[in-house]
Design a protein around this ligand. Structure first.
Ligand code: C5P
Length: 223
């Protein structure tokens, strides 16, 4: 189950990222590098983190098809295990990204459907998320980032092999902070999530490895 747990390294420099990497150790299989850390530290740190853990480069590319395809090639050249684009970029952009990713068969390409911060009403967000997941499947992508609440419906629509990556994970009365729709690790697994993204509950824990192990134990209880 630790191979299905991703820690969001939402820190601002190399030192903090390496420290957290060492503190979680092998209690998690994946590290996620987002915009903040990538803009601050760049590809060298990504390569370094990728030596000990699988790496999800979460930069949510959204641009004209050619530019996105080139960015996917650069991500593939870095050797990361997963990268994402924003499905809002449309069919042509998704297809160009999927085509570029073919050269890197070990790298999963996934799409963000609707950002959790998007102000659209919930029912509409769900409908748009399902529609964009289907568009990503048809364009040849491997999966999507979605909330736990949509993961099973996306599996039903797009098939069991279509990957679901779910942030918004909280347990044991943790502060939900800015996440609107949260779920605990057991219900994430029970509701069709393949990979769980956890940031602050691990980053801010007194003992990050122990927090990760707690999440893994809950995931196991649902498997
Ligand atoms: O700290 P927390 O567990 O809320 O972190 C969740 C992580 O997942 C953050 O890195 C955030 O950027 C990312 N994410 C998200 N919602 C999305 C897409 C990504 O929370 N829809």
């Amino acid at each position: 189950m630790q191979d299905r747990l991703m820690v969001a390294l939402d820190v601002d420099d190399r030192e903090k990222a390496m420290l957290m990497r060492d503190r979680v150790g092998d209690s998690v299989g994946w590290l996620k590098v987002g915009l903040r850390l990538f803009v601050a530290e760049g590809p060298e740190l990504v390569r370094e983190l990728n030596r000990t853990h699988k790496l999800f480069l979460d930069l949510k590319f959204h641009d004209i098809p050619n530019t996105v395809a080139q960015a996917i090639e650069s991500a593939g050249g870095l050797g990361v295990d997963m990268v994402n684009v924003h499905a809002g970029g449309g069919e042509e952009m998704l297809a160009a990204a999927a085509n570029a990713a073919k050269a890197f068969p070990n790298m999963k390409l996934i799409a963000v459907t609707v950002l959790t911060s998007d102000p659209m009403p919930k029912a509409q967000a769900r409908e748009v998320a399902l529609q964009r997941a289907k568009m990503a499947l048809d364009a040849g992508l491997d999966g999507v980032v979605c909330s736990v609440h949509e993961a099973q419906a996306i599996k039903d629509l797009c098939g069991e092999d279509f990957i679901t990556v779910t942030p918004g994970i909280r347990w044991g009365g943790q502060d939900v902070q800015d996440q609107k729709r949260v779920a605990d690790p057991a219900s994430a697994i029970a509701n069709g999530s393949d990979y769980l993204v956890v940031g602050r509950p691990i980053l801010h824990a007194e003992n990050p490895a122990q927090a990760a192990q707690e999440a893994v134990a809950m995931m196991q209880s649902a498997a």
